[in-house]
Design a protein around this ligand. Structure first.
Ligand code: SGN
Ligand code: CA
Length: 548
């Protein structure tokens, strides 16, 4: 009997010991669940048009590596920005707020660094965080354990970086360098005990589109198809489209953009057409970027630049405006797409690294751009307008085991939604005042949870480079209603289904009067929902004009 009891006690003790041994302390528990949280690799290019990603359209270029993210994840076909310009887009991504709330309405306004940004929340939650590449504003990004960022717009050749330990210039081509630094951080610099949130931010393919010497040589041999609206005369549109300064023939610069040497222009006694843009200070835009190259690099660029210049000198004077437009378009595409081809190669290197290191499985990879871009549509380059090519932005997300590979989503998602999406993926609570929606239900294929049927847009930077007038608008899958204001008071309405290229403003068409009325009401409500107002429009005009 006694023996029986003692053996029972012994059994109980051993079970207890077993339980105690297998039980982890709360701290260990925390570290374990932290380790299981997904890593985030946020890849963003600057001015990368969706028209130049082959998963969207392969008319211009093959981007097999960027495409891989979509093939192994989800492709968004209707992703857009809330203000199509660089620094405001980045501020919206960081804060999860529209630009009229976070205050970074244009490239000039300072960014209020006392605001909460999503990297800070990741850092507080125990993530290892870093930002490499182009931020565009601020020297000391908050919430990142490590950073190497370009000052302002940065440079393509031998770029300077701001780092926690001071400035440094690195020899080479910017896209390759940002990637080397990123892989090095992932591989050696980060604390591997923690999950990571890494922002890998390309400068390319931002103007002035300087390719690497190899891509420059390769792409100057190519010819690209022209968009249908290359010779748009802006009839059936409002004043804003007619007065914008982003026409390839009229506003693209010979030296800065087309790589014509100042000496060539001098020898030719000037070139036509030449329309100095509103803020053009007469800076020679060729010598600046080219002058950064060392002798060895110049020796690689020179034969290509020489052949462009020789051709130009011989042929330009005899060409008519139509031929000149076509030539400028081809030169533009050669350099712009060559820059993207380097981005694609480098994204491939990072994806390979994730595979080789075993990180791919638990890492969410996002590819996007700070906005879209015109690739000759409406005869334009640059962005800013609410019209589709600059309003929409590429977006694809890969998350193994969570997103079904090769899926497509056509909901109207925005850069405004990124912060809340990443936070939810990491199990971190979003602040109540963020204005987006988490995309997690969409990523998991649960479209029933998604109720947005319209997005809000507001662009401010005017008068400024490219002279795109201030405007705000509402966009649904069917329509786009826009109000241009400040020095005009004009409304535009586009039927997105019947007129996807946005060639005809139907605002005054009686057939659309009830649609226009309904959208005006919805736009008013949307402005209230997002806390925008005529008073804020006024306030930002006053601040802007005081600064000029
Ligand atoms: C520079 C470019 C513009 C461009 C703005 C903003 N001109 O001013 O073409 O629109 O940046 O770009 S350049 O002569 O410097 O190339 S953004 O992406 O930073 O918003
Ligand atoms: Ca940009």
């Amino acid at each position: 009997m006694f023996r029986k009891i003692s053996s029972r006690i012994q059994l109980a003790i051993s079970i207890l010991i077993l339980v105690l041994v297998s039980c982890k302390s709360p701290i260990e528990e925390d570290q374990n669940s932290l380790a299981k949280r997904p890593n985030i690799l946020f890849i963003m290019a600057d001015d990368h048009a969706y028209q130049a990603i082959s998963t969207y359209s392969d008319k211009l270029l093959k981007t097999p590596n960027i495409d891989r993210i979509a093939e192994e994840g989800m492709l968004f076909t209707n992703a857009c920005v809330s203000n199509s310009i660089c620094a405001p887009s980045r501020a919206t991504i960081l804060t999860g707020k529209h630009t009229h709330i976070n205050g970074k309405i244009d490239n000039r306004m300072p960014f209020d660094t006392t605001q909460v940004t999503f990297p800070q929340l990741f850092q507080n939650a125990g993530y290892e965080t870093a930002m490499y590449g182009k931020l565009h504003f601020g020297n000391n990004p908050k919430g990142v354990d490590d950073f190497m960022i370009l000052p302002g717009q940065g440079n393509y050749i031998n770029p300077k970086f701001i780092t926690p330990n001071g400035d440094t210039i690195i020899t080479g081509y910017v896209t390759d360098i940002i990637t080397d630094l990123t892989i090095d951080w992932l591989d050696k610099k980060r604390n591997k005990e923690k999950p990571f949130m890494m922002m890998y931010l390309h400068k390319a393919p931002h103007r002035p589109w300087w390719p690497s010497p190899e891509k420059f040589k390769e792409f100057t041999k190519k010819t690209f198809p022209e968009p249908a609206s290359l010779f748009d005369d802006y009839s059936n549109r409002g004043t804003a489209a007619k007065t914008a300064e982003m026409n390839l023939l009229l506003h693209m610069k010979y030296g800065h953009d087309s790589k014509i040497r100042p000496s060539t222009i001098k020898e030719m006694g000037g070139v036509k057409p030449y329309v100095p843009p509103m803020n053009w200070r007469g800076i020679d835009g060729f010598t600046g970027p080219y002058g950064r190259a060392n002798e060895q690099q110049k020796a690689l660029y020179d034969p290509v630049i020489d052949s462009i210049n020789t051709w130009f000198k011989t042929n330009w004077p005899g060409m008519n405006d139509k031929q000149k437009m076509k030539w400028k378009y081809q030169r533009y595409m050669q350099d712009y797409l060559a820059c993207i081809s380097s981005v694609d190669d480098n994204v491939g290197r990072v994806l390979d690294y994730l595979d080789e290191s075993g990180l791919a499985e638990n890492t969410i990879v996002i590819y996007t751009s700070d906005q879209g871009f015109y690739l000759g549509e409406h005869g334009w380059f640059d962005k800013r307008f609410i019209y589709d090519e600059s309003f929409k932005t590429p977006l694809m997300i890969r998350w193994p085991n969570e997103i079904t590979a090769g899926t497509t989503n056509d909901e109207m998602v925005q850069n405004l939604d990124f912060a809340q999406t990443f936070l939810e993926a990491a199990g971190i609570k979003s602040p109540e005042d963020m204005q987006g929606e988490s995309l997690i239900p969409l990523l998991k294929g649960d479209t029933a949870q998604w109720h947005r049927d319209a997005v809000y847009y507001h662009y401010y930077e005017y008068p400024a480079v490219h002279m795109v007038k201030r405007h705000y608008g509402i966009v649904t899958k069917e329509y786009k209603l826009v109000h241009f204001y400040y020095d005009v008071d004009e409304w535009e309405l586009y039927d997105r289904k019947k007129d996807p290229k946005e060639m005809t403003n139907v605002y005054r068409d009686p057939a659309y009067s009830s649609i226009a009325e309904k959208l005006q009401k919805d736009l008013k409500e949307l402005r209230i929902k997002y806390k925008d107002s005529p008073e804020l429009d006024r306030k930002y005009i006053d601040i802007y004009n005081k600064k000029r």
